[in-house]
Write a protein that binds this ligand. Structure first.
Ligand code: ATP
Ligand code: MG
Length: 418
């Protein structure tokens, strides 16, 4: 029976399962539970953020036979919260249960070469690139791709597995550093800014989309998302939305898909990469829209109707990394050395050499600002660069959201360079 012919899984009756227990799984579980579904999470970690809140936590590896069997037994439909879940596990589950997105769609997102080939097939321009799998491929790289960014084809995230290379010597050294794994070399593009588009596609082919997000990355990690996108023309936004819809439809994708784009200095649009799941840049939807990206993931996998979400409040999202817990750390990613506002006293840690003292950021001061929505992921310990939560700042106007977000960033000691 085709997926489209399957009946909806009604709230209050069914169990939804998720592979992976990180923060995306946790927010998915929250959304599913508020609609009345039972939830089950498979993740090996006893303290996984999603496992802590689901009705059932199957503590097992992603290829564990007994774990997968249990998941297929209790869940009526299954999704994934990360793209590096073994495709084999999804296929195994799909033999028994409805799995969205399908293993074949996730496989495109696991391999940069396959992903770029799919962008081309969908008629969407990406950065000029070459696939490097051998010394001969490396030697054959066109000069025009340098300077470039060498990225491992598989398992990269948050800028990890990437090396910037200016010339052939650096390219060779970079490939050696990446252990001569299969890579793609992308031409270094002159970026003006970065965008992303979240689409949800149903088993019946319906596509609905959130408004375009404008994203600022620091050190390869998302730092700030603004919606509506302040610096992007209406025409370019329409182009990004249409491109993302084509990319989803061409794969027969079911579920929420995030497509990241670059806007180049000449104003043209280039696709960067995609994620087969809700995305960090879509966390603003939880407070800014009448349905969130997680609600739409639930609807898509339960085969409930998809309706275009409505943005009701301009929003700025600030990502909260573990650095915030260590205001004295020497080079905290995305934070300023000296916190501003009411937290200066908290920053007076020990003299250099000693390990930095952990503090709880001044949430009470931040929550005193109107329109602030704090989401913490329930992680037991903070580490620099670790995603601990996010702060959505909503307001009646974009100008006001912006002003409040800068005030909140100041209180937290976050950079205001957006
Ligand atoms: P994530 O999965 O967290 O989004 P990632 O590790 O898969 O990140 P990319 O999205 O490929 O990494 O790249 C990270 C960042 O590096 C981009 O958001 C962009 O700022 C910069 N970048 C990547 N590719 C290029 C390019 N070809 N030209 C210029 N900048 C680039
Ligand atoms: Mg990216």
């Amino acid at each position: 029976m085709s997926a489209a012919a399957l009946k909806p899984l009604l709230p209050g009756e069914a169990t939804l399962g998720v592979m992976g227990g990180g923060q995306l799984g946790r927010m998915f579980v929250h959304a599913a539970q508020s609609l009345g579904y039972r939830t089950v999470v498979l993740d090996p970690d006893a303290d996984s953020p999603a496992g802590l809140v689901a009705h059932e936590h199957i503590r097992a590896g992603y290829l564990d036979e007994a774990g997968l069997t249990r998941l297929a037994e209790v869940a009526d439909a299954i999704t994934t919260e990360f793209e590096n879940v073994p495709a084999q596990a999804l296929e195994q589950l799909a033999a028994r249960r409805f799995v969205a997105p399908a293993g074949a769609s996730v496989a495109y997102c696991q391999d940069r070469a396959a992903e770029k080939a799919h962008f081309k097939a969908s008629g969407v321009a990406c950065a000029p690139y070459a696939v490097i799998e051998s010394a001969a491929d490396l030697a054959a790289v066109a000069d025009s791709l340098l300077p470039g960014i060498l990225k491992t084809s598989r398992m990269g995230y948050d800028g990890k597995g990437q090396i910037r290379v200016r010339n052939r010597a650096e390219l060779q050294a970079g490939w050696d550093e990446l252990k001569q794994l299969p890579c793609v070399l992308e031409q270094m593009l002159p970026l003006a800014l970065e965008l992303s588009v979240l689409s949800a596609r149903g088993a019946d082919g319906t596509v609905v989309q959130f408004p375009v997000q404008q994203n600022l990355h620091r050190d390869g990690i998302l730092a700030v998302t603004q919606v509506p996108a302040p610096s992007v023309s209406e025409a370019l936004q329409q182009q990004a939305l249409a491109s993302a819809a084509r990319i989803a439809t061409e794969m027969g994708y079911v579920g929420v898909l995030c497509v990241e784009f670059f806007v180049l200095q000449d104003g043209s649009l280039v696709v960067n990469e995609m994620a087969p799941r809700p995305h960090n840049s879509g966390h603003y939807t939880m407070n800014a829209c009448d349905v969130s990206q997680f609600d739409l993931q639930v609807r898509a996998m339960a085969r409930l109707p998809l309706r275009t979400p409505r943005l009701h409040s301009p929003t700025v999202m600030l990502n909260l990394l573990g650095d915030l817990w260590f205001p004295q750390a020497p080079t905290p990613a995305g934070t300023q050395a000296a916190p501003q506002g009411g937290v200066a006293a908290l920053g007076s840690g020990p003299a250099g050499g000693e390990p930095p003292v952990e503090r709880t950021p001044p949430w009470d001061s931040v929550l005193a600002l109107p329109g602030t929505h704090l989401h913490l992921y329930g992680k037991a310990s903070a580490r620099p660069g670790r995603k601990m939560g996010h702060l959505n700042i909503t307001a009646a106007t974009a100008v006001e959201a912006e002003r409040l977000a800068r005030e909140a960033a100041g209180l937290l000691g976050l950079s205001q360079d957006w």
